[in-house]
Design a protein around this ligand. Structure first.
Ligand code: COA
Length: 166
């Protein structure tokens, strides 16, 4: 049976996260960027370890949002991915639920948002399942010219997979 454990990344995981990022997404970043996010927001930099390997990761950044009445904290999903061999087993959903819950509890975030390619049907479907709504479109957001949906959700995200999240 697949044994999956979701936990905070430790420094020795970051290299594996970078490799998984390069394998699964066209949006790649210099190593320094990963380590910066890791050192600033360790509570929401999570890995899913399956049979001892990094099968998925998520990293969030907290950002201030200013309105006339208040300053609030928003959690921004910078990157989330699951290794192709481990998909459709609830890992992506569990990573989002755990990281968002931690953004709320550990950093006081009030909402969570992300950008997603308008053609990324699997990810959009996952986000909608968790209550994310499309709030706008960032034209030509990606370096190849593709548009991004901006999607947002209020806490708590609801786990709707089968059984218990990992
Ligand atoms: N097609 C349609 N719906 C999909 C899907 C797919 N390929 N993958 C996930 N979903 C939806 C389904 O509703 C699924 O529930 P179900 O399996 O009960 O039908 C739900 O999301 C939960 O899926 P889950 O198993 O938790 O997702 P995952 O672990 O396979 O990870 C991604 C989903 C998007 C993280 C994964 O496909 C991935 O790493 N993609 C490449 C990287 C990427 O696009 N990241 C997002 C960038 S914004």
């Amino acid at each position: 049976m697949l044994s999956v454990k979701i936990r905070e990344a430790d420094p020795s995981d970051v290299e594996d996260v970078m490799m998984l990022n390069r394998l699964t997404l066209p949006e790649n970043y210099p190593a320094q960027f990963f380590y910066e996010i890791y050192s600033q927001f360790p509570k929401t930099f999570l890995v899913a370890k399956a049979n001892g390997v990094v099968a998925g990761y998520i990293m969030l950044r907290m950002e201030k949002a200013y309105s006339i009445l208040k300053v609030s904290t928003r959690a921004h999903v910078i990157s989330v991915a699951v290794h192709p061999s481990y998909r459709r087993q609830g890992i992506g959903m569990a990573l989002l639920v755990h990281a968002s819950e931690r953004a709320y509890k550990e950093y006081g975030a009030q909402e969570v948002y992300l950008e997603v390619r308008v053609t990324n049907a699997p990810a959009i479907s996952l986000y909608k399942k968790l209550g994310f709504e499309i709030k706008g479109v960032n034209k030509r957001y990606y370096s190849d010219g593709e548009d991004a949906y901006v999607m947002e959700a209020a806490f708590p995200l609801l786990y709707t997979g089968q059984g218990q999240p990992f």
